[in-house]
Design a protein around this ligand. Structure first.
Ligand SMILES: Cc1ncc(COP(=O)(O)O)c(C=O)c1O
Length: 485
């Protein structure tokens, strides 16, 4: 112990501030849950009592389609007998503009994933190591240390790492609430902007994630127009992380910011608009680290391209992706089959939970939904949320992610990922939740029973007190006695 703390303080002196400031966020509950899973991972046959990972936004539902394509297109890889003739050229290529075929194919794919309503110019495409790298690169291009971006809450926890950690910028919350389904209002945007102004913090942009992680919802056209007006009025950037564009599986359709700025009556300085994208979610390739910055601002494209030297996508991957994404027939059927499977999985899980009395925010996109366990909290606090979260990991053996790690301002919401497991695992997860809910109900009715007998005794002793609406013993829907767990 002594040794560790000595070496910690030694490191503080020996290493940089970035190396020692903890800005990576590895110790947050969001990542802690993953550690619980890593220590005891569920396996249907080998570890059936292990932790089921429902905290990882991976899209594994359509991998069979990709594998079939790979088998029938051996030339797409430079590591097959059929493809090896291109090995040398691809291995030698190192231009940070990227392979032209790759940029063309990605631009076309981005159009398809936005319903074919917009056309993307391959010359505006800059590659990076996943959307993670894209977010940091755009931040380096747009803001200096101490400056800030506004971000609607709840938001993807790793934005803190990706945008803040090494750049030294700040993220300021735009508070969105369940009372209006977490929609982004102009009032909330103005309030966040005003707070920054009062604190003397220069706001350089707004970071919008549409479709939203963790909510699984899409931002409607009217809100997008209002946001464009807001950023233009204040002359700040709009960074749209559209990494979940093709995960939308039912109405309302996804509307990209690219579509809004093309609208006739929308007035917008396009130099302020930047889109982040990646193949990690829509295609389910987080391991390939294919991230994209699409900026309408030529200077940003130039600068980001130079910076991309620090996080290029390997040419081997570019080559494979160029080939796959240019296969129109395959991509069209992949996108529609993938969203059909996501819809089915989402429905089974949310319906299953709703039969157990567990609600969730109505959603139609993403690889997760936003589960409402507020009524299981002993009290509406983050401490109670963490207690419940620990219980879910320890007793139910499910890793879901607590809302507090998404900067949600209302305790009791949890993100549940549903596309990173097979059907059998999902059924085990549902069965475990069922048992958990039954126990909760039994506890509650036991509490009610003991409460009624106590009430009887207390009534007998202090009858007037029990009649008072201010009595601490009057049961309300939010009473800790009713919701004790
Ligand atoms: C909203 C959002 N942006 C960015 C990322 C990072 O994606 P990538 O794997 O492409 O770096 C994620 C991953 O979960 C995400 O949910």
């Amino acid at each position: 112990m002594e040794l560790i703390s000595n070496s910690n303080s030694n490191n503080q002196q020996l290493l940089s501030r970035i190396a020692t400031n903890g800005g990576h966020g590895e110790d947050s509950p969001y990542f802690d849950g993953w550690k619980a899973y890593d220590n005891d991972p569920f396996n249907y046959t080998e570890n059936p009592k292990g932790v089921i990972q429902m905290g990882l936004a991976e899209n594994q539902l359509s991998f069979d389609l990709i594998e079939d394509w790979m088998k029938t297109h051996p030339r797409a890889s430079i590591c097959t007998t059929e493809g090896v003739t291109e090995f040398k050229d691809i291995a030698l290529f190192q231009d940070y503009h990227g392979l032209p075929a790759f940029r063309n194919a990605v631009a076309k794919f981005m159009g398809k994933t936005r319903g074919g309503k917009v056309v993307f110019d391959p010359d505006h495409i800059v590659m990076s190591g996943g959307a993670t790298g894209a977010a940091e690169t755009i931040t380096f291009c747009l803001a200096d240390p101490g400056e800030a971006f506004l971000v609607p809450t709840p938001y993807y926890p790793a934005f803190d790492r990706d945008l803040k950690w090494r750049t030294g910028i700040q993220l300021l919350p735009v508070v969105c609430e369940s009372s209006n389904n977490f929609n982004i209002t102009i009032t909330a945007l103005e309030a966040a902007y005003e707070n920054a102004r009062k604190a003397n913090i220069r706001v350089k942009g707004l970071l919008l994630n549409n479709p939203s992680n963790p909510l699984g919802t899409v931002v409607d056209r009217e809100t997008l127009r209002n946001i464009v007006t807001f950023i233009n009025k204040n002359n700040i950037h709009l960074i749209c992380d559209e990494i979940y564009a093709a995960t939308v599986f039912s109405q309302p359709n996804f509307v990209s910011i690219a579509e809004i700025i093309e609208e006739e009556n929308v007035i917008c300085n396009r130099d302020l608009i930047h889109i982040l994208y990646s193949l990690s979610k829509d295609m389910g390739f987080p391991g390939f680290r294919v991230g994209i910055i699409y900026s309408y601002n030529k200077n940003v494209v130039n600068c980001a391209r130079k910076m991309s030297s620090f996080g290029l996508v390997s040419t081997q991957t570019q080559h494979l992706i160029a080939s796959m994404l240019s296969d129109d027939e395959f991509i069209d059927s992949f996108i529609s089959e993938s969203s059909r499977r996501l819809a089915k999985r989402h429905k089974i899980l949310t319906n299953g939970l709703s039969q157990l009395g567990i609600g969730s925010l109505k959603s139609n996109a993403g690889l997760f939904f936003w589960m409402d366990l507020r009524r299981l909290l002993k009290e509406p606090t983050y401490e109670a949320e963490m207690t419940l979260w620990r219980m879910i990991i320890k007793d139910v053996k499910l890793n879901v992610s607590p809302g507090s790690s998404f900067h949600c301002t209302e305790p009791g919401w949890f993100r549940v990922c549903f596309a990173n497991m097979n059907d059998e695992t999902m059924e085990v997860a549902l069965r475990r939740i069922k048992v958990f809910m039954k126990k909760q109900m039994m506890r509650r009715s036991n509490l009610r029973l003991s409460f009624s007998s106590r009430r009887f005794e207390e009534c007998a002793m202090t009858p007037r007190m029990m009649g008072s609406p201010h009595s601490p013993l009057v049961m309300t829907p939010h009473s800790p006695l009713v919701h004790a767990s």
